[in-house]
Design a protein around this ligand. Structure first.
Ligand SMILES: Cc1cc2nc3c(=O)[nH]c(=O)nc-3n(C[C@H](O)[C@H](O)[C@H](O)COP(=O)(O)O)c2cc1C
Length: 227
């Protein structure tokens, strides 16, 4: 059995998608010949070669604006007419992780992936939604706050190995939501300060001021410490 896992995070390293893809690859190997490739760093021909003769295609990506990151969307658009020719009968699975705690937010992106299957003539397998993606770096998958994720990934891998279609599944960490949100807010503040933003301004903006700021060109100075 041949399986391709497509890491759809634009990050080169330390992404939640990369860690989920690696854990899934470990679950699927050695029962299957399973390789991970990156949507952001390969060209179309390399991607098509990686997908060729696969029984299952697994897309692992972050949720961006309730949808699919643009580079992955572009790739899906580029391959949708030919993918069924190189991987006839392949089933498509996806594991989508998001920043908010609630895993169900990933449901819309799964619907988009289902549409890709209809367009490309492939079979839909299953979606796995992973809430609180920021936690994925916090512990080994399968332990402590990521015990639920470990169990969900094992069940997901079994469906992929057996080529079965199943209802989408959604998993959140073994960690209280209020604590996750508190830590996330602290982290946003640190990042905002690091980018030259005064936190108080977050609550004092008027839309007209933001427009004025962007039109003045000052927004492009933000990474240089501009205010
Ligand atoms: C441009 C952008 C848009 C995002 N949109 C959402 C969103 O709509 N909902 C959400 O819960 N998280 C959103 N996030 C957060 C990411 O989904 C989250 O940080 C994810 O864990 C990143 O995964 P990665 O490390 O695999 O790239 C967004 C992040 C970025 C950078």
């Amino acid at each position: 059995m041949k399986i391709a896992i497509m890491d759809g995070s634009p990050k080169n390293k330390d992404s939640a998608s990369g860690l989920i893809a690696a854990a899934l690859q470990a679950e699927l190997t050695p029962a299957a010949d399973c390789a991970v490739c990156h949507a952001a760093s390969h060209d179309r021909d390399e991607i098509m070669a990686a997908l060729a003769s696969c029984d299952a295609l697994v897309f692992v990506f972050p949720l961006y604006v309730d949808g699919i990151p643009s580079h992955l969307l572009r790739l899906l658009d580029e391959i949708q007419n030919d993918v069924a020719t190189v991987a006839p009968g392949a089933a498509v699975y996806c594991a989508v992780n998001n920043g908010f705690y609630e895993a169900h937010q990933n449901g819309v992106a799964m619907e988009l992936m289902k549409n890709f299957c209809v367009r490309s003539g492939l079979r839909w397998g299953q979606g796995l939604g992973v809430g609180a993606g920021g936690m994925v770096q916090a512990a080994p998958i399968g332990r402590g706050p990521l015990a639920n994720l470990g169990r969900a990934l094992s069940a997901f891998a079994e469906n992929i190995r057996n080529g079965v279609s199943a209802d989408n599944s959604f998993v959140e960490p073994n960690f209280p939501k209020f604590l996750y949100n508190m830590i996330a807010h602290m982290s946003w503040r640190v990042q905002a300060r690091g980018n030259g933003l005064k936190i108080g301004r977050l609550w004092r903006f008027k839309i007209s001021e933001v427009d004025e700021w962007v039109q003045s060109g000052k927004s492009s100075d933000i990474n240089k410490g501009g205010k």
